[in-house]
Design a protein around this ligand. Structure first.
Ligand code: IPM
Ligand code: MG
Length: 374
């Protein structure tokens, strides 16, 4: 049993673009929780992405990776401001998130796409197609073509160039992410769809074989299906509610999760959790980030949607800090505020109240107070 007032060590990395403004709303939520719930946080902030390039000349420092290891969980904003294009590929802001995933061994990226009842109209798809949508995409996040060797750009004898990236998956890499997907499915609708391109790629053929074996050996009670990635993209638009848990590699997961996010109306709404192996002390390294990018076009304007970031914090409360009650409280506050008609610009529709980032934060906090009856 933990102490009456649980205390957690979290590292917050706002990043660049809209990262700092949306993270600011989580900082306010943290203050609210500390004042009103039996929970306290030891919060450390550091720089990553464009913010770190500006201050330290690199997208992430070893020191930050070390701090991440020592934390109960990491809350990440976003990186990718294109104003850093001149620093070169090895130093681009995105290196920060890729290094954190890789160095912390965060292999399972959980990307839920769940529709809020109040937002069935915000989707570009017909309400009857997306009503009740609740998908969990489990994206492998430290392997595949993102990290495979050989990679690079070579100059050929005739002076032209060759760009190279390599898709690699080993049995154990596939097994561990498949286990995460099957375990999650058991707590949901008990269905996993494994996605690859086994009709073209050997790595996909192995993916399918290994997932099938793990299913037979360890999770025969879960319903498993297989789908080619291109068909999956089509099915996600045609009939998204057919899916429960999707498990796939790094690149397909990147693409399909952006696609799935738009089913819900906005990229700005969706959270994610990226989890590592459970360590001997029972803890596991974990990073929580919205799936949206740094949206430099709207950065600094105070109009970004903070909900994806706030729901990422709720996922942290659930998966790393085991505070289901507070996670549900936040999720419910978000859903009530949307039902009350508050909308940031990205999800605005006729007759609703258009608010900025901070006003959305205000609305969620006052709803929290109301729901928790403080
Ligand atoms: C994501 C992003 C990242 C990725 C970028 C910023 C490196 O698109 O988290 O989906 O490709 O993984
Ligand atoms: Mg992406």
């Amino acid at each position: 049993m933990r102490n009456k007032k649980d205390s957690f060590k979290i590292l917050i990395l706002p990043g660049d673009g809209i990262g700092p403004e949306v993270v600011q709303q989580v900082t306010r939520l943290i203050e609210w929780l500390e004042q009103n719930r039996p929970i306290s946080f030891h919060v450390t902030y550091d720089l990553v992405g464009g913010a770190s390039l500006a201050e330290h000349g690199v997208p992430i420092r070893d020191e930050v990776i070390k701090k991440a290891w020592e934390s109960d969980a990491v809350l990440f904003g976003s990186v990718g401001d294109p104003c850093w294009a001149h620093v070169g590929f090895d130093k681009r802001p995105e290196v920060a998130i890729l290094a954190l995933r890789h160095e912390l061994g965060l292999f399972a990226n959980l990307r839920p796409a769940k529709i809020f009842d109040a937002l069935t109209d915000a989707s570009t798809l017909k309400p009857e197609v997306i009503r009740g949508l609740d998908i969990m995409i489990v994206r492998e996040s430290v392997g595949g073509i993102y990290f495979g060797d050989p990679r690079g750009i070579e100059v050929l004898p005739d002076g032209s160039k060759k760009g190279i990236n390599t898709e690699i998956y080993t049995t154990s890499e596939i097994e561990r992410v498949a286990r995460v997907a099957f375990t999650l499915a058991r707590k949901r609708c008990n269905r996993v769809c494994s996605v690859e391109k086994s009709n073209v790629m050997e790595s996909g053929l192995l993916w399918k074989e290994v997932v099938t074996n793990i299913h037979q050996q360890e999770f025969p009670d879960v319903t498993l299906s297989h789908m080619l990635a291109d068909n999956c993209a089509m099915q996600l638009v045609r009939n998204p509610c057919q899916f429960d848990v999707l498990v796939t590699g790094n690149l397909f997961g990147d693409l399909l999760s952006d696609l799935a996010s738009m089913l819900t109306g906005s990229l700005g709404l969706l959270p994610s959790a990226t989890l590592g192996e459970t360590r001997s002390d029972g803890k596991c390294a974990a990073l929580y980030e919205p799936i949206h990018g740094s949206a430099p076009d709207i950065a600094g304007k105070g109009i970004a949607n903070p909900i994806g970031q706030i729901l990422s914090f709720a996922m942290m409360l659930r998966y790393s800090l085991h505070r289901e009650e507070e996670a549900l409280l936040i999720e419910s506050a978000v859903s009530h505020v949307l039902a009350d008609g508050f909308r940031t610009a990205d999800i605005m529709s006729e007759g609703m109240k258009c608010v900025g980032t901070a006003a959305m934060g205000d609305a969620i906090i006052s709803k929290l107070a109301q729901l928790a009856k403080v």
